[in-house]
Design a binder for this molecule. Structure first.
Ligand code: EPS
Length: 388
């Protein structure tokens, strides 16, 4: 086992830059900067985003850890520059004293003992997710090397919901359909409904959230652990997804629906299909995947399925009932330039944070100082597991 994979971000929404340091990647891993930048570009997209995205061209500048596009075992450091970097000038504008319900404004001002919400909102802003997407996209290189693919998309919002089945065999077509959608929903009928919904929220000076879903294909069994609560991969995925700004719920597989059925309608029967021996499930095929690929906190060879619920953006053009700090008089909340919906972007963030957690657990099982060691451990394990 190598060093634990972990990362840290720093940077404010209107500071000079966002940075990420990723530690624990094995040496000799190919990291494709174009791939990282592609994820950053996707994060900037989606119908309903605010004017900030027209200002920025998010690009990862690698500052350490790579030599000729490959890791050398040291921490990987990267920087995403903010073109809109007025943080000091904003300090000269009037303080933000009318906290926005739903944002970090009120709790942050009470925590840091300041009547100006600016300091907290600068860091609480989802702008920070640019660094998180970049970190996830780098760590995902480990998964790429083993043919593990991660697919994130928007499942719906309000009364628009897609029942579309997400199958690994159709992944390329799904990616193409998602990328052709303005709201990153591969289901064309629901895509149109979501665009209408976001348009309606905009005309009503309101905002809208949504459901994002991530599926991971090709992950071998045995990743994660049932031995300690904080080693369970489902727990770590939930932690990571809840750590995304504006996320209020996480489900694995059938999720909250599990409580609405008897056990026989929830648990996935176990069958053996020799024709699937070469796939991630090693032949232990399941006719359903209500477990979302995770049993006992460990992968079982079926696709990992995670759903996250994003609340609507907290900044409403029409404001929300609030109070003024100091006078405590009732007022409408402050307005800052913002998005009507960032659910499409959130699906990209979720895809990359899920990828990071899977890569982390994968390296816990198969890790070593170099990719050669990781590959050796992986192949030895798969050969042994086939005998079970
Ligand atoms: C974001 C940039 C921000 C917001 C958004 C996320 O840009 P600005 O505040 O300069 O307009 O659009 O932040 C929030 C949703 C929030 O609540 O703070 C980005 O790059 O993702």
């Amino acid at each position: 086992m190598g060093k634990p994979l972990r990362y840290q971000t720093a940077g404010e929404s209107h500071g000079p830059a966002l940075v990420a340091i990723i530690d624990g990647l094995p040496a000799d891993l190919a990291v494709d900067a174009a791939r990282v930048n592609h994820e950053l570009l996707r994060r900037q997209g989606g119908y309903g985003r605010g004017a900030r995205q027209k200002i920025e061209t998010d690009t990862a500048e690698f500052l350490g850890g790579l030599r000729q596009g490959r890791t050398i075992g040291s921490p990987v450091a990267l920087r995403v520059a903010n073109k809109d970097n007025r943080i000091d000038d904003l300090a000269k504008t009037p303080p933000v004293t009318r906290p926005r319900p739903g944002h970090a404004d009120l709790a942050g001002s009470l925590k840091y003992l300041t009547p100006d919400c600016r300091g907290t909102l600068e860091r609480a802003s989802a702008r920070e997710t640019a660094a998180r997407v970049a970190a996830g996209a780098v760590a995902r290189s480990v998964l790429d090397a083993f043919g593990i693919r991660v697919f994130g998309f928007v499942r719906g919002a309000c009364d628009a919901w897609s029942d579309m089945a997400i199958r690994g065999a159709e992944l390329d077509a799904l990616v193409a359909a998602r990328d052709a959608s303005e709201v990153y929903c591969p289901d064309a009928a629901v895509d149109a409904k979501l665009v209408d919904l976001i348009h309606r929220a905009k005309t009503e000076k309101d905002t809208v959230g949504g459901w994002c879903e991530v599926h991971v294909f090709g992950c071998p069994p045995g990743v994660g652990s049932c031995m300690n609560w904080d080693d369970r991969l489902d727990a770590r995925l939930a932690f990571a997804v809840m750590g995304i700004q504006a996320f209020k719920a996480v489900e694995i597989g059938l999720g909250r629906e599990c409580a609405a059925r008897f056990g026989s309608g929830v648990h996935d029967p176990i069958t053996f299909d020799p024709a699937q021996k070469g796939s991630a499930n090693l032949g232990y095929a399941r006719p359903s995947n209500n477990a979302g690929g995770l049993e006992g906190g460990m992968t079982n060879g079926m696709p990992i399925v995670v759903r996250g619920t994003m609340k609507p953006i907290s900044t409403l053009l029409r404001g929300m009932p609030s109070v003024e700090f100091g006078s405590h008089e009732p007022v409408q909340s402050a307005y800052e330039r913002s998005d009507v919906s960032a659910v499409a972007a959130a699906s990209v963030v979720m895809e990359n944070v899920v990828a990071f957690e899977v890569a982390r657990a994968f390296l816990e099982k198969f890790g070593g100082d170099s990719m050669r060691e990781v590959r050796g451990a992986y192949e030895a394990y798969i050969a042994a597991a086939r005998d079970i």
